[in-house]
Design a protein around this ligand. Structure first.
Ligand code: S5P
Length: 496
């Protein structure tokens, strides 16, 4: 059934097209919503900071079962001709509405977990469903449509089909157009204009307020259909040689130059148990890699002589050394861990990495040791392992800290920088572990993506490959293969 076009006050527009809900029911519901102050007039500061002459708060309807039931009925009425097998409410206000619709019409419901942003690794959708089933989205209020899209994405990620969205109130600020541009049909019970029309007829708002609301709607549109889609506006990828000029950290600059010169954006994770093996990997993979990554504490022995041998191979084959120490302590402690101890990491590695859990003091501490030596720091912004906690707001904080400390921070260990809200300057490098030629994982939570995915849609620069190379029969040949795949993905990304 097509949605009812509800323009201010026209009788034809008020007529519900079918079913048990009458024109009078719609009008009475508007009056009741006004009565319980779900719709208020005055001067209200919105989340966006804008001042609005109208405020709609549908959270209160849970306190009025008669209203909740009527809301559910008019919304159900709007989709009476739409085919769907499941329903999912947009958290939180629409959840009781969806529940009520589900109970009244015996239609199963799903629930989206709002706190799970990273739906690649965690259960974001609760309930029983099968791939390919159709799901109706239930929302209380649509302004720009952004919240609806946040619920559509994880449902589609699970293989569900979403084509229709039902909403109680459409603020007419561009939500319907935005949804249409994403292939979704918006069915609204009321538009803001319709609500104002009813209240005006009952003399519950003045002519001036009605005019103010109309002007507000007209002046605050959120969707410009002629504007290019976000993907098209994403800044173009800049070649490594140009980014070398933009890097503020000397080590980051060297790495960009090296990658451009050697035509390799491959780092090998030399996670082997003996010094003999690490030297063998460095020799075999050396001609193909930009970076050799070590975990020095898993080798069977270590001394300055071994460090010198590794450095010699780095000079011969033109690669840099990254000690994957993942520092995570207070500034004062990491100074000793980085500069001292039996490993003396800062003496032989070009770069190391750190978690930002302790706060930015860890960057300051590491900088006192590595800064004067021309070393660089990579911050762990995201991790490849299942259930990793470094997501969402944490990742954004890490990005902000890197941007603020570019003299020592050269970039990130991350997964999908293309999805971050923080726009990172092109002088920062993104390096991504959890890479193999086929996606998959191991028994202990590691998750693999392909070089194309990581560099392409993921937006990263460097692939870090461990077992894909070191466990291969011929690590040299495997490194050559990963080098080709990583570089081809980078070339493709430059063109898109
Ligand atoms: O999130 C991360 C960060 C790192 S540095 N996930 C990771 O796997 N790593 C490291 O990358 C990990 O410690 C290992 O050295 C390498 C991945 O190895 P692979 O054998 O799974 O490719």
């Amino acid at each position: 059934m097509p949605g009812i076009d509800r323009d201010v006050g026209t009788a034809a527009a008020l007529k519900p097209s079918e079913g048990s809900v009458s024109e009078k029911d719609f009008e009475e519901l508007v009056l009741r919503l006004h009565e319980i102050q779900a719709v208020k007039f005055g001067s209200f500061k919105l989340k966006s900071g804008l001042m609005s002459p109208i405020y709609i708060d549908l959270r209160v309807i849970v306190s009025y079962p008669d209203v909740l039931r009527r809301v559910a009925e008019v919304m159900w009425h709007q989709v009476s001709g739409v085919e769907f097998e499941l329903m999912c409410g947009v958290p939180y206000t629409a959840l009781p509405i969806a529940t009520c619709m589900s109970l009244l019409h015996s239609t199963p419901m799903l629930m989206r977990r709002k706190e799970v942003k990273d739906y690649g690794t965690k259960k974001a959708i609760e309930g029983a469903f099968q791939k390919g089933q159709s799901c109706l989205i239930v929302e209380d209020l649509v302004t720009s449509g952004a919240s609806v899209m946040e619920t559509v994405e994880p449902l589609e990620h699970e293989g569900l089909k979403v084509a229709d969205v039902v909403v109680l109130i459409d603020r007419e600020q561009g939500g319907a157009a935005r949804m249409a541009s994403n292939g979704l049909r918006l069915h609204s019970a009321f538009t803001l204009s319709f609500i104002i029309g009813v209240l005006r007829r009952h003399d519950l708002v003045s002519e001036q307020v009605a005019a103010d609301v109309k002007a507000f709607i007209a002046g605050n549109q959120t969707f410009d259909a002629s504007a290019p889609k976000p993907a098209a506006t994403r800044p173009k990828r800049i070649p490594f040689e140009e980014r070398a000029q933009l890097a503020q950290n000397a080590c980051g600059k060297r790495l960009f130059e090296l990658m451009a010169r050697k035509r390799s954006n491959l780092a090998v994770a030399a996670d082997v148990g003996t010094v003999q093996e690490v030297l063998r990997i460095a020799e075999a993979a050396g001609p193909h890699i930009a970076v050799l990554k070590t975990h020095v504490d898993i080798f069977d022995e270590w001394n300055s002589g071994i460090a010198a041998q590794l450095r010699k191979l780095a000079e011969e084959h033109d690669f840099m050394i990254f000690e994957d120490r993942k520092f995570a302590d207070i500034g004062n402690t990491v100074v000793s861990q980085y500069g001292g101890g039996i490993y003396r990491i800062a003496d032989w590695s070009d770069m190391t990495n750190a978690h930002l859990v302790p706060g930015t003091g860890i960057i300051d501490g590491l900088k006192t040791v590595g800064g004067p030596k021309g070393c660089g720091l990579l911050l762990l912004a995201e991790m490849s392992s299942k259930g990793a906690l470094a997501t969402g707001a944490y990742t954004e904080k890490v990005a902000e800290a890197a941007v603020a400390n570019q003299d020592f921070v050269m970039g990130f260990i991350c997964q999908t920088p293309a999805k971050w809200s923080t726009q990172c300057p092109p002088g920062l490098i993104h390096m991504t572990p959890g890479v193999q030629l086929a996606s998959g994982g191991d028994a202990l939570g590691q998750q693999y993506n392909t070089p194309e995915h990581v560099i392409g849609s993921g937006g990263s620069d460097v692939i870090i490959v461990g077992r894909g190379i070191i466990k291969a029969q011929d690590p040299g040949a495997a490194a050559a293969e990963y080098k080709e795949a990583g570089w081809a993905a980078y070339q493709l990304a430059l063109q898109s």
